[in-house]
Design a binder for this molecule. Structure first.
Ligand code: SAJ
Length: 415
């Protein structure tokens, strides 16, 4: 039975490790965070994700999955560590570098090393490959197999998509691609396409950048529509009836740990100026500031205004607040002297002060619907309106039906 070490027990590494363990491999999950390792060792999860509990407990109970702070000798090493953005909008590859250094100490001839972490083109060959060669004289393709296999799963649907999405596998050579394919084939029901290292790195970035650009277009259209007094929802609805048009939805900004970051990785090693990619990043980044201004103007007429934010996570139906534009809106409103309360039943373990529903809307002047969680459909807006001081709704996701909330006495504002 092959042994696989997965470095990084986060949103991608942990579900991947569970899938592999349930497919029959002996899996060692590694993380540098002792708290995470202790938690997992006690059979508990440190992240919320549908279906994860189920696959984790079966992998753990079968003794196929173990977790540890340090890697061991294995047949396969999968790197699934974070690649955040630094303050210059460049990739911080320190976690990848440290993972490659750990692998270097344990690697044997014939092993397979796979990078899954989203990275600028060239990272697998020039960072991971070189670190391993420098420590061992092993050459990728000659002494061991090296591949990049991007994760493409949607937070909130990770387990389902891990199994069902198609995958792209890029190897340093054909044998490396095939070696990596043979691992993923054990649990992936989608198709697996083989290509080279740099193409697979670029494909991943192109996918998320495409989404960022499409959202920026929707956001810009929504601002222009406001100038014309046209409802953006109607425009997108009718435009999308065209067989070759698919405009995404405008919103209060683009958050999460992928879409706001990956477009910068595309630009990392090119001197191109004035790119569409950068402009779109700027449009999306400006949205939470624009919305904060609009809200400040609405509640500016009240004494000691209070705003309630419904949904603090970066998008609907997840409890993840990483890079959530709601954080910017919260800070901007507070800077303007506006009191803010937050209601988000999905967000747990946060330094932000969250309130229960009633408390959050009591005496409020405006509800900002930030993330459109399905559970918000059950909120009784009549009772909410009774508790508020002034009845304003700013619907940043086109979540509510305008005429319904207006019938309840709210002023409706939106994108
Ligand atoms: N958003 C909008 N309007 C939309 C869609 C999204 O404003 O029409 C906003 C969301 O509210 C959120 C942000 O964009 O703040 C990103 O959300 P998302 O659902 O578009 O994407 P992620 O970050 O949750 O997951 C993406 C996915 N990429 C693509 O769909 C191309 C996922 O498949 C990737 O695996 C993931 O990034 C990743 O890990 O790279």
């Amino acid at each position: 039975m092959k042994k696989i070490s997965v470095l990084g027990m986060g949103y991608i590494g942990l579900p991947t490790a569970c899938m592999l363990a349930n497919s029959g491999f002996k899996v060692l999950g590694i993380d540098i965070d002792e708290e995470i390792i202790n938690k997992l060792n006690s059979g508990k999860l440190h992240i919320e994700e549908p279906e994860l509990e189920k696959i984790f407990s079966s992998a753990f109970k079968n003794n196929r999955l173990r977790v540890s702070l340090e890697p061991e000798r294995s047949d396969v090493f999968i790197i699934a560590v974070p690649t955040p953005l630094d303050h210059r909008n460049k990739a911080d590859l320190s976690y990848v570098i440290s993972a490659a250094n750990k692998i270097k100490e344990k690697i044997k001839k014939g092993n397979l090393v796979i990078l899954e972490s989203t990275s600028p083109p060239g990272t697998t060959r020039d960072i991971v490959g070189k670190i391993i060669t420098n420590g061992t004289e092993f050459i990728a393709g000659r002494d061991y197999y090296l591949a990049f296999c991007p994760e493409r799963v949607l937070p909130g649907k990770i387990v389902y998509e891990l199994e069902n999405n198609d995958r792209i596998v890029g190897g340093v050579d054909k044998k490396s691609s095939e070696a990596a394919e043979s691992i993923y084939k054990t649990f992936v029901k989608g198709k697996i396409f083989l290509t080279d290292l740099e193409t697979s790195e670029f494909v991943k970035l192109a996918e998320n950048t495409y989404r960022d650009i499409n959202i920026a277009f929707a956001n810009e259209l929504s601002l222009i529509c406001k100038d014309y007094g046209i409802d953006i929802r109607e425009v997108i609805k009718y435009a999308n009836m065209h067989p070759r048009v698919k405009i995404l939805n405008p919103g209060p900004g683009v958050g999460g740990h992928c879409i706001p970051i990956d477009p910068w990785f595309i630009l990392e090693n090119t001197d191109r100026k004035d790119t569409l990619i950068e402009k779109c990043r700027k449009i999306n980044n400006s949205m939470p500031f624009i919305i904060s201004e609009e809200i400040a103007e609405i509640v500016g007429k009240y004494r000691d205004p209070k705003v309630t934010i419904f949904g603090f996570s970066y998008k609907e139906n997840v409890g993840d607040i990483r890079e959530s534009p709601a954080i910017i809106i919260n800070n901007e409103l507070m800077k303007k002297g506006i009191k803010v309360s937050i209601y988000d039943p999905l967000v747990v373990n946060t330094k932000y002060n969250l309130s229960e529903l009633e408390e959050s809307v009591k005496g409020s002047d405006l509800v900002l619907l930030f993330s459109g969680h399905s559970v918000f459909r059950d909120i009784d807006l009549k009772s909410v309106s009774n508790l508020m001081r002034n009845k304003n709704i700013f619907d940043a996701r086109n979540f509510f039906d305008k005429s319904t909330v207006e019938k309840l006495g709210f002023n409706y504002y939106g994108l």
